[in-house]
Design a protein. Structure first.
Length: 203
């Protein structure tokens, strides 16, 4: 689990097939080891090998399918967060690191981030609710059928990769986990009711 509060950024220095290598300007990985989970721009990845400033990760086909890592991101800046410890403070919101889809950055101006996304995910987006964009815990300030806006603060821009992105770039999106649970629960209830009605009607 993660909080969406970015601890540092890194740069992709190797990207080949399912292998990803990220290097930082700090000793961020110094207390990490093979098998540990790191949230890399919103995607939960497992370290396969590391040094104090560099870690290598293996990405599954599902990860490549759902995230912007399916693109060639060599030298791109990524956000990094270590998994949540049992005694850590939860200052952002609960993230799993399981990216739902990618969105497209429409623009960043006047501290407002604008992102478009596939309409089929609209039901998971909640006005004034939480969303992780590139692994960053943000609040949806405006919401349309296939576009959302998130208000930023200077500290967010300072600590993350957002200013390195440009309009048209893909971004990883994870919608609020609790909202998804509730929606799936309601969908299952409605599905059961439809099945019950069909059986009652003799189909």
């Amino acid at each position: 689990m993660f909080t969406g509060l970015i601890q540092t950024t890194g740069r992709i220095e190797k990207f080949k097939g399912n292998q990803l290598s990220v290097k930082t300007d700090t000793d961020f990985f110094s207390d990490s080891k093979a098998g540990d989970s790191i949230c890399v721009s919103g995607a939960c990845l497992t370290i396969t090998r590391n040094t104090p400033d560099t870690s290598e990760f293996f990405m599954s086909e599902e990860t490549l399918l759902k995230t912007r890592f399916s693109k060639n991101l060599m030298n791109s800046i990524v956000n990094l967060e270590k998994s949540l410890g049992i005694n850590d403070r939860l200052d952002g919101h609960v993230l799993t690191g399981h990216v739902d889809c990618t969105g497209i950055l429409l623009g960043l101006s006047n501290m407002i981030l604008r992102v478009s996304f596939d309409e089929k995910f609209r039901k998971f987006a909640i006005l004034k609710g939480s969303i992780a964009i590139e692994g960053i815990s943000l609040t949806i300030s405006e919401l349309y059928e296939n576009e959302l806006h998130a208000a930023l603060i200077p500290e967010t821009l300072k600590r993350t990769n957002l200013e390195s992105l440009k309009s048209g770039d893909y971004v990883n999106l994870e919608f609020d986990q609790f909202g998804k649970y509730i929606i799936q629960y309601i969908d299952n209830i409605n599905k059961d009711k439809r099945i019950e009605k069909l059986l009652k009607d003799g189909y």
